[in-house]
Design a binder for this molecule. Structure first.
Ligand code: ADP
Length: 332
């Protein structure tokens, strides 16, 4: 599988985050080694890795909250050490486990946030607060004390705080980690909704969440970037485009007909009771979609019982990469 990024190395302003050789050591712990990360504007990038991989360290470095040992991090083309104040003015950040004054309501909390972070005119604050509450699905609970909020509602309020001042980049540290399934679903839905408005970079150790809402993924393991690519590219797998089809009978005629097509590079047969599974590797996805089924059904008594493009799930990809222990980055 190619885990080398298709993200280019262009030093253009389409990159919201760009790190080069970013390295951080805490006493004798190598928390982050030679990180070359690129996040494109308007993408939603899942930053995936097991606990202790170095995700929070990376986020703190991006925000200029800690200093690298070597290498550099640019956010909006600004240097994370020298220009961290300007970076933080343009970033909305949700820390792990946000804390609130629990007797305040969500609306009061956002008013408090706005006093420090809202750069628009005062008369627009209430309107912006109402808009943001709507965006995160908290309008109906806006005037209830936070102490009655569920975990998911608390996280969505945190996202509202981060989103209030129209950030150019949202950085969320494990936004759904501690939530029950409903809370997670709601937070992921809010993230999907927000991608229209901003770039989202979020850390997580939950593979399923990345697969659900990200368009690109960067995988970190033991302080090293082991993969960085559009998610479709990662789950397409190392074999390129493969279709799986199950036909009744021995499938040999279908195999011969399909293998004769110029856009088919290989057909493997696997016998299954009274049926046969064909794994068909193709170079042209459109041709495969339009013609494969028809080619199999030329035989009058043939029946196709299953058909679809084969995709790996991110868990298989992740385990393959992490257990392989190899470093694959784009070398920039
Ligand atoms: P993640 O967010 O992926 O769980 P972290 O960035 O928090 O990982 O941690 C990466 C490594 O650095 C871990 O081994 C962690 O124990 C270590 N680490 C993080 N912060 C500190 C610190 N302030 N002092 C010493 N070690 C730290």
């Amino acid at each position: 599988m190619s885990t080398v990024s298709s993200v280019t190395s262009a030093a253009d302003n389409s990159l919201v985050i760009h790190t080069r050789g970013l390295t951080k050591t805490y006493k004798d712990v190598n928390a982050l080694q030679n990180l070359n990360l690129q996040v494109r504007r308007n993408s939603i990038c899942g930053f995936l890795g097991p606990n202790g991989a170095g995700k929070s360290t990376t986020i703190k470095l991006l925000l200029g909250l800690i200093r690298p040992m070597s290498g550099s991090a640019n956010v909006f083309g600004l240097d994370s050490v020298r220009e961290s104040i300007t970076i933080r003015q343009r970033v909305g950040y949700l820390a792990q486990d946000p804390r609130y004054y629990d007797h305040n309501t969500a609306r009061e909390t956002l008013r408090f946030t706005a006093r420090f972070f809202f750069s628009g005119p005062n008369q627009l604050i209430e309107k912006r607060i109402a808009e943001t509450l709507e965006l995160v699905g908290l309008s109906d609970n806006a005037d209830r004390p936070i102490k009655g909020f569920s975990g998911g509602e608390r996280q969505r309020l945190g996202i509202a705080q981060a989103q209030l001042n129209y950030p150019d980049l949202l950085i969320l540290d494990e936004p759904a980690a501690s939530l029950d399934p409903m809370g997670r679903r709601d937070v992921l839905e809010v993230m999907e909704r927000l991608r229209k408005h901003t770039t989202i970079f979020y850390s997580t150790h939950i593979l399923e969440d990345v697969q659900r809402v990200s368009d690109t993924v960067a995988i970190l393991n033991k302080g090293q970037l082991v993969a960085q690519a559009p998610i479709e590219e990662l789950i397409a797998g190392k074999d390129g485009i493969v279709y799986s089809m199950t036909v009744t009978g021995d499938g040999k005629c279908a195999q011969a007909r399909i293998a004769a097509q110029p856009w088919v590079t290989a057909v493997a047969l696997h016998a299954q009771d009274a049926a046969t599974n064909l794994q068909i590797r193709v170079t042209d996805e459109k041709a495969a979609q339009a013609q494969l089924l028809r080619l199999a059904l030329v035989d009058e008594d043939a029946t196709v019982t299953a058909f679809g493009r084969k995709k790996y799930n991110l868990e298989e990809v992740f385990l393959g990469i992490v257990e392989g222990g190899k470093e694959h980055d784009n070398g920039n």
